[in-house]
Design a protein around this ligand. Structure first.
Ligand SMILES: [Zn+2]
Length: 281
């Protein structure tokens, strides 16, 4: 397991042959130690998730690359992951790879991909091969990338270290998220390189635990609805998230809404005039 000391902004750490990581200087409540930018390849370099448009981070990436940056790949277009992509592409001529930003008002609209990987497509990037796996849920344009030679899966914010990703409706979709977690089970990988936090050695177990966590939370939503009979999102949030610090409830409320939308889609809950209740048979 990695030590926390390595997650320092600007430091370049080798994680596997031809895989390095630089953490951006944007540590915070939603970004943990900061966004992880990965440099993949040595003769030609692919930059995965360049991060925020920050001059120091830009300089750190250029200094560490040590070879031509030929590709810039993004896992999704939340503003902590992709804004540096356009400047980096302008300066290096690198190809932009990823899916375009959805229009939910939470995205980096400056990201305009030149190549949109298909689900399951294997990208041949110089000496490296990366398989793209579409994993909508945290955002609708989330893509994980599997470096098959190292059995290393880059997950962006689909799977994070130590925390459960937020799901922000309407673009974030809980049903899609759980389906995307299931999809990872069939892949041959060992370690996970997340969008924030350290590399996780037991990748499959992490995915299993994350699914269990979401289903436990869903169960708590159902129990809370049964207990309160009918409740608004504001009333439900502190009950469903009584184990989460109050300063995180603003975000928890959005993930709760994502749970409720999933339950409504399954006809297990329904909303009327802002109040949610169970759908009893
Ligand atoms: Zn995100």
């Amino acid at each position: 397991m990695e030590t926390r000391i390595e997650l320092i902004a600007g430091r370049c750490v080798t994680l596997a042959p031809a895989v390095r990581r630089i953490v951006a200087g944007n540590a915070g409540m939603m970004t943990g130690p900061g966004t992880n930018t990965y440099l993949i390849g040595t003769r030609d370099v692919a930059v995965l998730d360049p991060g925020p448009d920050d001059a120091r981070h830009y300089d750190a990436i250029r200094a560490a690359a040590g070879a031509a940056i030929r590709w810039i790949i993004v896992t999704h277009t939340h503003p902590d992951h992709s804004p540096l992509a356009s400047r980096l592409a302008q300066q290096t001529g690198a190809q932009l790879i990823g899916l375009p930003p959805p229009g939910d008002g939470r995205q980096d609209l400056s990201f305009m991909p030149q190549r949109q990987p298909l689900d399951g497509e294997c990208l041949s990037l110089g000496e490296i091969r990366l398989r793209a796996i579409h994993t909508p849920g945290h955002a609708s344009n989330c893509v994980c990338y599997l470096l098959e030679s190292q059995r290393l899966l880059f997950t962006g914010d689909h799977v994070l270290e130590g925390v459960s990703p937020v799901i922000l409706p309407p673009d974030g979709d809980m049903a899609a998220y759980l389906h995307s977690l299931d999809k990872l089970r069939s892949l041959d990988f060992e370690r996970i390189a997340p969008g924030h936090g350290a590399v996780m050695a037991d990748g499959k177990d992490v995915v299993t635990r994350l699914t269990a966590h979401r289903l436990t939370r869903e169960n708590k939503v159902l129990l809370s609805l049964a207990q309160l009979t009918a409740a608004t999102l504001d009333e439900l949030t502190p009950v469903v998230y009584d184990d989460v610090a109050a300063d995180r409830h603003r975000w928890a409320r959005l993930t709760l809404e994502a749970h409720l939308i999933k339950l409504a889609g399954e006809r297990r809950a329904a909303e009327h005039n802002g109040r949610w209740r169970l759908n009893r048979p």
